[in-house]
Design a protein around this ligand. Structure first.
Ligand code: NAD
Length: 491
């Protein structure tokens, strides 16, 4: 049986508790391995190692930090197929999507490696003669990366790489479901030559490990991705200690389809956005806001295509939709079917837990489409995080925009239309962190900011240049070479 350990101060080691937990393949029920079960004592060790390493890593030239990230990107490229396979086994998404997840890590490695030679500050004129004024980015110190299971490679790399290239050290706490992927990622950093203590891995539960990290006085930043409920609790704890927190939380993303849209293109985009990763993406399209003139046709075309999707192990090339991550998640998703029916939504296709043949060994839910959904129903308001989407008919563009905005979240949205005026209306009036025109709600690229408004977060963004703002703070520097007292605002 494979065993996976913590990585602290450059050493792979068991948790102090001596206890373990295991993880099963969500498609087959086979055990993947056992993982060491950490607690606050291991967090103390990891933070101490990171704090010690920070003293030298912050002075390590940034271009050299970038060179390590280039090597990380190279190794991830070489291992992409193997990592994707292991990801599919551990959390269920189909192999091509797992490859895309690894690719996001590769893209981020090369992008952030380049930041080793950029990290621009500002040089501005000073108001006095013989005086120099500029600003530089400074690392924060020990950064915590707390991550969910649905993007086991992309999300950790999005947090760890900007932090490292700017001179921070990291304590990484992955979701327990995807601990093996976290170990694989840290192995790559080790092989790429990252000095001991700069990146530390602590495996275990949110309650035992995550909470101890959030409360630790020597952790300067909590970079958290997960549910809005947990993120809110993290934010409250961190606020008591005046810590910086970056939150990437839930979504209830909508695709608007106007009556002038290319319906074939819209159907493809909706299926990919609603059922990719079994709907377990923060950017999943769990609402389709359709103009009344085409909503019945759209619903029946979605139902026909969704009904033909093949469920199965993500390793099988013929599988369209893999399992959801766990039995508890399966039950949670399925409970929403009854909620939708009781509220009067029309079940157009799906709605059942899939148990035929081999599927009985895993956690499979049929791709599900509800039609004639009202915007105030729970299935149109709450994040389901499974393969379920709801078609909401509307009468015009004004109503479409109002419905799109009328949820607590604000991560991603999309509009299908051939009318350029409507496209620009959507860009102007939809209040989300990400907006697509004539594409689904998923498919973010790493060179632009990623994140959302309202209950999706607390105003920060990952990826792109925006990622640097989370992991650094500005130092403004004035150098006076006049040899005398010069009083700003007075002389
Ligand atoms: P979760 O909130 O249950 O867990 C996220 C992480 O927090 C895990 O590592 C968990 O162990 C840890 N955690 C749990 N309790 C904690 C505590 N008290 N203190 C500190 N850490 C704690 O989320 P999940 O089920 O793993 O992921 C699904 C959620 O993540 C969905 O809501 C989804 O929308 C969201 N998500 C958001 C984005 C985004 O960028 N906006 C991306 C992916 C997923």
């Amino acid at each position: 049986m494979a065993q996976f350990k913590n990585y602290i101060g450059g050493k792979w080691q068991d948790a102090r508790s001596g206890q373990e937990f295991d993880r099963r393949n969500p498609a087959t029920g086979e055990v993947i391995g056992t993982y060491t079960r950490s607690d606050a004592r291991d967090v103390d060790d990891a933070v101490a190692a990171a704090a010690k390493a920070f003293q030298s890593w912050r002075l390590y030239p940034a271009p050299k930090r970038g060179e390590i990230l280039y090597r990380v990107g190279q190794l991830l490229m070489e291992r992409k197929q193997q990592l994707a396979r292991e990801m599919t086994e551990e959390m269920g998404k189909v192999l091509t999507e797992a490859g895309g997840d690894v690719q996001e890590g590769i893209d981020m490695a090369f992008y952030m490696a380049g930041e080793g030679r950029r990290q621009w500050g500002q040089t501005v004129p000073a108001e006095s003669p013989n005086k120099w004024a500029m600003s530089v980015r400074k690392p924060l110190g020990v950064v915590a990366a707390i991550t969910p299971w649905n993007f086991p490679m992309a999300i950790p790399t999005w947090k760890i790489m900007p932090a490292l290239v700017t001179g921070n050290t990291v304590v990484f706490k992955p979701a327990s479901y995807t601990s093996r992927m976290a170990v694989r990622l840290v192995e790559v950093f080790e092989e790429a030559g990252l000095p001991a203590g700069v990146l530390n891995l602590v495996l275990g539960s949110g309650q035992d490990v995550g909470d101890a990290i959030v409360k630790h006085p020597d952790v300067a930043l909590i970079s958290f991705t997960g549910s809005t409920e947990t993120g809110t609790a993290v934010n409250v704890e961190a606020a008591r200690r005046l810590k910086r927190v970056s939150l990437e939380l839930g979504g209830k993303n909508a695709i608007i389809v106007m009556e002038d849209a290319d319906i074939n293109n819209a159907v493809d985009g909706i299926l990919w956005s609603a059922f990719g990763t079994s709907g377990q993406r923060c950017t999943a399209a769990s609402r389709v806001i359709a103009h009344r003139q085409i909503s019945d046709e759209l619903t029946s075309r979605l139902a026909e295509r969704a009904g033909g999707m093949r469920l199965g192990s993500g390793l099988d090339a013929t599988t369209d939709v893999g399992p959801v991550v766990s039995q508890s998640q399966l039950e949670r998703v399925h409970a929403y079917i009854a909620v939708g029916k009781n509220e009067g939504a029309e079940l157009a296709v799906g709605g059942e837990i899939a148990t035929q043949g081999e599927l009985a060994r895993g956690h499979f839910h049929q791709p599900t489409v509800f039609g004639n959904v009202r915007a105030d129903m729970r299935i149109a308001q709450e994040e389901i995080f499974g393969p379920v989407t709801a078609v909401i008919p509307v009468s015009d563009m004004d109503e479409a925009v109002a419905v799109a905005n009328n949820v607590q979240y604000g991560l991603s949205a999309a509009i299908y239309t051939r009318d350029v005026n409507r496209a620009f209306r959507a860009m102007q009036d939809i209040y989300t962190g990400i907006l697509y025109v004539n594409a689904g709600t998923i498919g973010a690229e790493i060179q632009l900011p990623f994140g959302g408004t309202k209950a999706t977060g607390n105003g920060h963004r990952e990826a792109g240049q925006a990622a640097l703002d989370v992991v650094t703070e500005w130092q403004s520097i004035y150098v006076d070479y006049s040899g005398r007292l010069q009083r700003a605002q007075i002389d």
